[in-house]
Design a protein around this ligand. Structure first.
Ligand code: 13P
Ligand code: SF4
Length: 305
């Protein structure tokens, strides 16, 4: 079968089975083309809560499928490729969190959405890269323990100097590879290009950026900008997607190493097999996790909307 024939078959099957396909913006072009909705983690959460289909297939990583299940408990939710995890989400367990919280009495715990659902049961609210500043600003506390990404945490803290932040020493192993020297080299090679980066990058990188924002934020920035050239500091699939969307402009990766194997694991055939009932993993979470993580995620949707 050709890619086009598989895509046609996926479109037919999802209609027949009343299944909605959600795809994170880092997914492959062939998957984005058959998705009902594509976007960043925040957009996917909002869409997961809104969708009226009987089932949802998530093309992304595990925490995204879990978030979707928690927001749509009556629907069947599948993760298209069960091996797709987020290494950052596994950095902190519930026992580690308890020990960390004991060091910061009086602090509210804010979890990046890139965490396990189990960990979210021990947190007050969660945030995505797109909603973190707005949600932390809206909290009626001045003391925030931000887990697990200190880079996103420092970026949020820089926007809210009136609040006191504590961090965990975690972070995205992919975005962390980009350093100041990559910025200097990329700017030398591409004079006039604007630098757009994800807040999971180190402060030494975000401090030099023309724009810092979520995947959708970066794509929206390009849409509104008149500039011709851009250096992109996030997962390198975004460079390709932008180049497809704007063939007259030029997009360059900040670092060739900025690539997430987990996000790139899912294939079009995984989606096809999942629809045929021959692949994917249906997400089923214990009741206490549905309830505890649900409070944390729903508070994000309330405050972020
Ligand atoms: P977004 O919040 O931009 O979707 O990012 C999610 C992610 O995993 C970035 O690495
Ligand atoms: Fe997780 Fe980083 Fe991959 Fe995003 S890019 S899914 S934060 S490992």
């Amino acid at each position: 079968m050709t890619v086009h024939e598989i895509q046609e078959e996926i479109l037919r099957l999802k209609k027949e089975k009343d299944i909605c396909i959600l795809a994170h913006a880092y997914q492959k072009q062939s998957i984005l083309e058959i998705a009902d909705y594509t976007g960043d983690s925040y957009g996917l959460s909002v869409q997961a809560a809104k969708t009226s289909n009987q089932g949802v297939i998530m093309c992304g990583v595990r925490f995204m499928a879990e978030t979707c299940k928690i927001l749509s408990p009556d629907k069947k939710v599948w993760l298209a490729n069960p091996m797709a995890g987020c290494p950052m989400a596994e950095q902190l367990g519930l026992d580690d969190l308890k020990a960390l919280k004991a060091q910061y009495p009086g602090y509210d715990t804010v979890a990046y959405i890139n965490t396990t659902s189990e960990l979210k049961t021990g947190c007050d609210v969660c945030v995505t890269s797109a909603s973190a500043v707005k949600i932390c600003a809206a909290l009626d506390t001045d003391k925030i323990l931000f887990i697990p990404d200190p880079n996103l945490g420092h970026y949020v803290a820089s926007k809210l100097p009136q609040k006191q932040f504590a961090f965990f020493d975690g972070g995205c192993p992919r975005h962390k590879v980009a350093v100041r020297d990559d910025v200097i080299l990329a700017k030398e090679r591409h004079p006039g290009a604007l630098l757009l980066v994800h807040p999971e990058c180190r402060p030494q990188v975000t401090d030099l950026a023309d724009y810092v924002g979520s995947t959708t934020g970066i794509m929206d920035y390009v849409r509104k900008s008149d500039n011709h050239d851009f250096i992109i500091g996030t997962e390198n699939s975004i460079v390709e997607h932008l180049q497809f969307e704007y063939p007259q402009r030029r997009f360059y990766p900040l670092s060739s190493a900025l690539s997430c194997m987990d996000m790139q694991l899912t294939t079009l055939m995984d989606v096809y097999n999942c629809l045929k009932g021959a692949g994917g993993e249906e997400i089923i979470l214990p009741d206490n996790v549905m309830e505890g993580a649900g409070k944390c995620i729903r508070k994000m949707v309330e405050l972020g909307g």
